[in-house]
Design a protein around this ligand. Structure first.
Ligand code: NDP
Length: 339
C-alpha cells in the first residue's frame, strides 16, 4: 500500500520534502468480522488549501485536527468499496468523503462517507464540483451572501475549485460578476469559459483599489472572499452600503507566521457591511438540496467545470504545494487509480 505521509509539522510555506512516499505491506483486503468499517480503493484525491492547516501543530483548538507525523495525509477523495461491515455501503459502491492519501484505506468512521448515486457524471467531480468545494460555493453564495438579481459580485481566487462555481452561480442568478486570478491564462478562462463579465490578473495590477474601481464604478454588493490580505483591504474601500462579504478563506495568510493586519475594517461600520464566515462542514446536511439544484445545471450545460488532473500518488505532494503558488488551473485532483 503506497502512502503519502507527513514527515514533520510544517512552518511557513509547505515543501514537497515535508511529505514522503512510503510503502507498507499490502493491506488485508477484508474488514474484520463485526466491524462497521469500510475498505476503500482510493481513486481520486482532492488537494484542498485547508489541508495546510492540519500540517502544523496547534496549541489552541483548531477547526480541523492536526495530522500526526508518520501517518498518511487525510482529506476528501473518491473511492470504490472493496469490503464493508456497514449496512449503507456495499462492495462495488462508489463513495466520496474523508479518506487517506494512500492506495487503500480502511475507513473506521464511514459516517464521513457519502454514497455516489449518479455515476454518469465524472467520478472526479465528487472531489470538486459535486464534493466539498461545490457545497462551499453553494452555501457561501446562496445562503451566506443573500444574493439578488442585478447585484454586483466580486470573487477572488476565481478560477479555483470554489471560485469558478461561485461565479457561474452568480451569473445564473443574473448578477454582474468579476473575478480576480493570478495569471492571464486564468483570467481568460474566467471570461471565456465561465462567463464572468470582467476579470483581472491581480499580480499585474499595481493598485488593487484602482482595478476594483475600474471594474465596479458603482461599487460591490457581494464579495466572495477567498484570499484575504491586501485584496480584502482594497475590497473594503469599494463595497457598497449594506454589502455582504462571505468569508470563505484567506489563502494569502495560511503560510505566514504572523497574519497581515486589515486596515480598512472601519468601513464595515460606516457602510453597514455584513461579514460572515462559514465552513462547508456545517452545510453537509443540505447536500441533497445542493445536488438537486446543481446536477441539472451540469446536464443542461449551464455549468462547466475545469479540473487540473495530476496522475499518480507520488505527484500528490507537489500538487498540494502548487495551490499556494497558483500552479493549479482549476480544481486540483490527484488520480490514484481510475478503476
Ligand atoms: P483553489 O483551487 O482556488 O486553489 C488555491 C488558489 O489560491 C491558487 O490556485 C491561487 O490562485 C490562489 N492563491 C494562492 N496563494 C495566494 C495568495 N498568496 N494570494 C492570492 N491568491 C492566492 O482553492 P479552493 O477553491 O479549494 O479554495 C479557495 C479558498 O476557499 C481558499 O481560501 C480555501 O481555504 C477556501 N475554502 C474554504 C472552505 C470553507 O469551508 N470555508 C472550503 C473550501 C475552500 P491564483 O493563481 O489566482 O493566485
Amino acid at each position: 500500500n503506497k502512502k503519502v505521509i507527513l514527515k514533520n509539522y510544517v512552518n511557513g510555506f509547505p515543501k514537497e520534502s515535508d511529505m514522503e512516499i512510503v510503502r507498507t505491506e499490502t493491506v488485508r483486503l477484508k474488514v474484520a468480522e463485526g466491524s462497521k468499517a469500510v475498505l476503500l480503493k482510493n481513486l481520486y484525491l482532492s488537494c484542498d488549501p485547508y489541508i495546510r492547516n492540519s500540517m502544523s501543530k496547534h496549541e489552541e483548538a483548531n477547526y480541523v485536527p492536526d495530522f500526526v507525523p508518520g501517518s498518511p495525509i487525510s482529506g476528501f477523495g473518491v473511492g470504490k468499496v472493496l469490503d464493508s461491515g456497514h449496512p449503507d455501503f456495499k462492495v462495488g459502491d462508489y463513495v466520496w468523503g474523508m479518506t487517506g492519501w494512500e492506495e487503500y484505506s480502511l475507513v473506521t468512521s464511514p459516517e464521513t462517507l457519502l454514497k455516489i448515486k449518479d455515476t454518469d457524471i465524472p467520478l472526479s467531480y465528487y472531489t470538486g464540483l459535486l464534493g466539498m468545494p461545490g457545497v462551499t460555493a453553494y452555501a457561501g453564495f446562496y445562503k451566506v451572501c443573500s444574493p439578488k438579481k442585478g447585484e454586483t459580485v466580486f470573487v477572488s481566487a476565481a478560477s479555483g475549485a470554489v471560485g469558478q462555481l461561485v461565479g457561474q452561480f452568480a451569473k445564473l442568478m443574473g448578477c454582474y460578476v468579476v473575478g480576480s486570478a493570478g495569471s492571464d491564462e486564468k483570467v481568460n478562462l474566467l471570461k471565456k469559459k465561465f462567463g464572468f463579465d470582467e476579470a483581472f490578473n491581480y499580480k499585474k495590477e499595481k493598485d488593487l483599489n484602482a482595478a476594483l474601481k475600474r471594474c465596479f464604478p458603482e461599487g460591490i454588493d457581494i464579495y466572495f472572499e477567498n484570499v484575504g490580505g491586501a485584496m480584502l483591504d482594497a475590497v473594503l474601500l469599494n463595497m457598497r452600503n449594506h454589502g455582504r462579504i462571505a468569508a470563505c478563506g484567506m489563502i494569502s495568510q495560511y503560510n505566514l507566521d504572523k497574519p497581515e493586519g486589515v486596515h480598512n475594517l472601519m468601513f464595515v461600520v460606516t457602510k453597514r457591511l455584513r461579514i460572515e464566515g462559514f465552513l462547508a462542514f456545517d452545510y453537509f446536511p443540505i447536500y441533497d438540496q445542493f445536488f438537486q439544484k446543481t446536477v441539472p445545471y451540469i446536464k443542461e450545460g449551464k455549468i462547466t467545470y475545469v479540473e487540473d488532473v495530476v496522475e499518480g500518488l507520488e505527484n500528490a505532494p507537489a500538487a498540494l504545494i502548487g495551490l499556494f503558488s497558483g500552479r493549479n488551473v482549476g480544481k486540483q485532483v490527484v488520480v490514484v487509480a481510475r478503476e
